[in-house]
Design a binder for this molecule. Structure first.
Ligand code: BV8
Ligand code: ZN
Length: 267
C-alpha cells in the first residue's frame, strides 16, 4: 500500500503521464479480450475477420462479427479503470490516453485527451474511395450500426435479423462510390492513422510515467510505444493479468485487474 501512495505522490508532481491501454481494460466492462483465455480471437483468427481480404471475400460474415461486437460495446459501460484514468486527467498536470481499443469507452468515461490508434467501431470507412463516415453519418447509411438500435435489440432479434437472415443487400453502400462500406477500424495489414501515430510516438518519447494497461503488447506498431517511452526515460508501469514481453523491462508490474489497481493508486 505504501508504494501505491508514493506512486500517487510522484504522479501528482510529474509533468506528463501516458496511459496506454488494450482490450484488457475493457474486459471488466464485459467486452472479451482478443488473446486472453476468454479472448475473441480464440474462436476466430484475426486474419479470418479483421482484414481487407476477409471483407472482400465475405463482407456479410465480417459485418456479422463486427455487429456482434458493436452490440456488446453498445450495452457496455465504462468501468472503474476507465473512470480512474479520466479522474487522473483532472488531477494531474498533463495526461494522455493512447488506446488500441475501438470501443470509445475512454471518451464515455470522460477522458478528453484520447488517441484512438486503431479507430472506432461505430464509425465507417470506405476502403474503395477512402470516404470516412462519422458515427452519425454512418448510422444514416447503415441503421443496424446505430448504438441505440443495437443496444435495444434482444438476443432473439439480433440472432434472427443479424446472425440468421443477414444478406448483402442490407450492407451499407458508400454515398460516393457505391461500394460496400466497412467499419472505421484499422485492420491487420492497414496503416494506422498517420496523425495519431505521430502524436502517440511524440508524447510517449517524452513522458515521465508510462502505464501499459491490459495489453499483451503483441500488436505492432502500437507495441513499440512502451519501448520508446522507456528509451525516453519514462518510469514504465505494467498493469496486466498475465506476463507479457514487456514485463521484464518494466520498473513496476501489477499482476492484477486494471480497475482495481488504478482505483487503489487514485484513492
Ligand atoms: C500495420 C482494430 C503494416 C480491429 C486491431 C511490425 C510492424 C508493423 C506491422 C507488423 C509488425 N509485425 C506484425 C505486423 C502486422 C500486424 C501485427 O501487429 N500483427 C500481430 C498479430 C503480430 N500489424 C498490423 O497489421 C498493423 N498495421 O502495421 O500495417 C503496413 C505498413 C505500411 C504500409 C501498409 C501496411 C495494424 C494493427 C491493428 C490491428 N487492429 N484492432 C478490430 O478491433 O477489429 S488490433 C486489436 O488487437 C485490438 O485493437 C486490440 O486492442 C489489439 C491489441 O490487443 P490487446 O489490446 O493487447 O488485447 P489482447 O487480448 O491481446 O491482450 C489483453 C491483455 O489484457 C491480456 O494480456 C490479458 O491478460 C489482459 N487482461 C485481461 N483482462 C484484464 C487484463 N489486464 C488487466 N485487467 C483486466 N481486467
Ligand atoms: Zn466509397
Amino acid at each position: 500500500m505504501e508504494n501505491l501512495k508514493i506512486l500517487k505522490e510522484k504522479l501528482i508532481q510529474s509533468n506528463r503521464v501516458v496511459f496506454f491501454t488494450g482490450a484488457g481494460i475493457s474486459a471488466e466492462s464485459g467486452i472479451p479480450t482478443f488473446r486472453g483465455k476468454d479472448g475473441l480471437w480464440n474462436r476466430y483468427s484475426p486474419t479470418e475477420l479483421a482484414t481487407l481480404d476477409a471483407f472482400i471475400e465475405n463482407p456479410v460474415r465480417v459485418w456479422q462479427w463486427y455487429l456482434f461486437r458493436m452490440r456488446l460495446i453498445a450495452k457496455a459501460e465504462p468501468n472503474s479503470g476507465h473512470l480512474a484514468i479520466s479522474e487522473f486527467e483532472r488531477l494531474l498536470r498533463d495526461v494522455w490516453v493512447i488506446t488500441q481499443n475501438v470501443d470509445g469507452l475512454h471518451f464515455r468515461a470522460g477522458s478528453k485527451r484520447v488517441i484512438e490508434l486503431h479507430g472506432n467501431i461505430f464509425r465507417g470507412k470506405c476502403r474503395f474511395c477512402g470516404k470516412e463516415y462519422s458515427e452519425k453519418e454512418f448510422s444514416s447509411i447503415f441503421p443496424f450500426s446505430g448504438r441505440e438500435v443495437l443496444k435495444g435489440m434482444s438476443d432473439d432479434e439480433f440472432n434472427e435479423t443479424v446472425l440468421k437472415n443477414f444478406t448483402k443487400d442490407v450492407l451499407p453502400v458508400c454515398k460516393v462510390c457505391g461500394e460496400i462500406v466497412g467499419p472505421g477500424v484499422v485492420w491487420f495489414g492497414e496503416i494506422l492513422p498517420e496523425e495519431a501515430v505521430e502524436k502517440a510516438f511524440e508524447i510517449s518519447s517524452a513522458c515521465e510515467f508510462f502505464f501499459s494497461i491490459g495489453t499483451s503488447a503483441v500488436v505492432q506498431p502500437a507495441a513499440l510505444l512502451p519501448i520508446y517511452a522507456k528509451r525516453g526515460g519514462a518510469f514504465l508501469v505494467e498493469i496486466n493479468l498475465e506476463e507479457t514481453s514487456l514485463s521484464s523491462i518494466c520498473d513496476a508490474v501489477f499482476r492484477d485487474s486494471a480497475g482495481k489497481v488504478l482505483s487503489l493508486i487514485l484513492n
